[in-house]
Design a protein around this ligand. Sequence first.
Ligand SMILES: O=C(O)c1ccccc1N[C@@H]1O[C@H](COP(=O)(O)O)[C@@H](O)[C@H]1O
Length: 231
Amino acid sequence: MTLTVKICGLRTPETLEAALDAGADMVGFVFFPRSPRHLQLSEARTLGALVAGRAERVALTVDADDALLDSIVEALRPEWLQLHGQESPGRVAAVRSRYGLPIIKALGVSGRADLARAAGYADVADRLLFDAKPPKDALLPGGNGVPFDWEVLSGLDLGKPFMVSGGLDADNVAAALAVTGAPGVDVSSGVESAPGVKDPARIASFVLAARAGAARPRPAPPGAGALRGRG
Ligand SMILES: O=C(O)c1ccccc1N[C@@H]1O[C@H](COP(=O)(O)O)[C@@H](O)[C@H]1O
């Protein structure tokens, strides 16, 4: 399996470099003022230029209007847009068509019932990102460092590649991959030493652990092979 690893919420040239050196496939930049990872457009312009084709740039927004998206796209020149708010399937389709860029649509998950609306987004988004629903008192819709029950995703087939996020770190990412079989993972808090402060060593460990996890054969689902030996 080819795994896509995304490191999100990068804010400095040093930590961006660490993500690129570690071999991240996608580097994410957050445009949401309430987040400790929020970037000014001038910072995005500088960081975006430093990527120089070594990874794909992802602009993360939350219910952004066209004016804000216009300025972000102009400054960062992203290869992807990540929509992490309550954007409807219609809004996802409109954003995709306006910018001609592929879309990662984040969906909050706490149980299997939350997957019911995923099919509507699979038709219009290029990747679905299953993230933990934020805790009740959270200020952010994502980036809270909390996991969800990955079992909810086991056996899921929406005909679209998906990614998993929410509370991942170097210690648990292999388990998340074993349970979900996800072709992509995304991390923010789990590679930080404090909210908004990325740690180069944790970034490197995360990418290594994710690649090692993806290389491991997945355990057979319960019941598989039950007929073997019958006769
Ligand atoms: O990282 C943020 O600050 C953020 C703000 C608003 C929406 C999403 C945000 N981050 C995304 O949340 C998930 C999970 O992050 P974590 O690893 O649990 O901290 C991830 O997809 C980030 O891209």
